[in-house]
Write a protein that binds this ligand. Sequence first.
Ligand code: TXA
Ligand code: MG
Length: 321
Amino acid sequence: MISKNIDEAVKILENNQLVAIPTETVYGLAGNAFSDKAITSIFNLKKRPLFNPLIVHIQSINKLSEVAQNIPKDAILLAEKFWPGPLTLVLPKKDYISNLVTAGKDTVAVRVPNHSLTLQLLGKLSFPLVAPSANPFTSISPTTPQHVNRYFKDQLPLILDGGACQHGIESTIVGFENECPVLYRLGALSVEEIETCIGKPLQFSKTKDKRPQAPGMLFKHYAPSTPTFLVNSLQDEVQFIASKDNLKIGLLRFKELSPNVNPEYQEILTATGDLNEAAKNLYAALHRLDHLGLDIILAEKLPSEGLGITLNDKLKRASNK
Ligand code: TXA
Ligand code: MG
């Protein structure tokens, strides 16, 4: 059921069952972070491998010491500046945080989400919430209650209705190696903003794609079930379409319709070229294209600057090449 009833959500979560919650990034599939029963149901419902750890959501920075310890100075700076907001910090965990949450790692990922309904909800609970994005493993993240409903209709007692998500893409994840901040996942908060806050460059995870620090980055991600390809230029698009003229092709375009395809099979991310607006619309546009019965989706590469870098990373992960 989709509803705004926070007290009902409290009851369900206290009973160690799951509720979908709104955040400023994407909808989360939430359960009691101190209940192995709730945590196990999250992995089962999402069909997510157990070696991919979860993010713990707390109500404010004051609760950080309930889940993490030995917190580096830069982490405090970042948390004070960006929480509540789309930044996840990977920190040494408190011993009692379940291995199911952290996939056996000695670190825990934690953030304060910026959505009034979810902050009110956390304020009424005596435990934090673990919440991965509320989609089956490897499919597109949900940015509206209706997306969640499409995935988990009869399997969730409650989807808390907080409207469409403000950012529309996941939080940026930062960890610390020898006290140095390291980027584990590109997300809604830009690298520039993080670097300005700590006054030094962010390291990039050295292990690259083979064994990334955030195991979630291993997988094909955010993928529509329709085969999706990233095209680098208009010329690529024209060539691709010409070579597949018997197929029903849809386009995900940055700011204008293409003359090469029926407009009904196209989605534009932002008419004004605003990358924040493009981020907000990205997953919803992919959801819509994925339900048009297309043979192929072609996604236009976005300008490689600021949030555009993050969005291109998501598109690459959504695509088949
Ligand atoms: O915006 C978000 O972060 C959303 C909303 C719901 O808060 N949540 C989200 O969760 O994106 P999920 O489960 O889809 O992605 C969590 C990512 C995964 O890539 C996982 O590998 C990484 O966080 N992660 C979790 N714990 C970690 C840890 N201890 N060390 C490194 N990476 C970790
Ligand atoms: Mg996810």
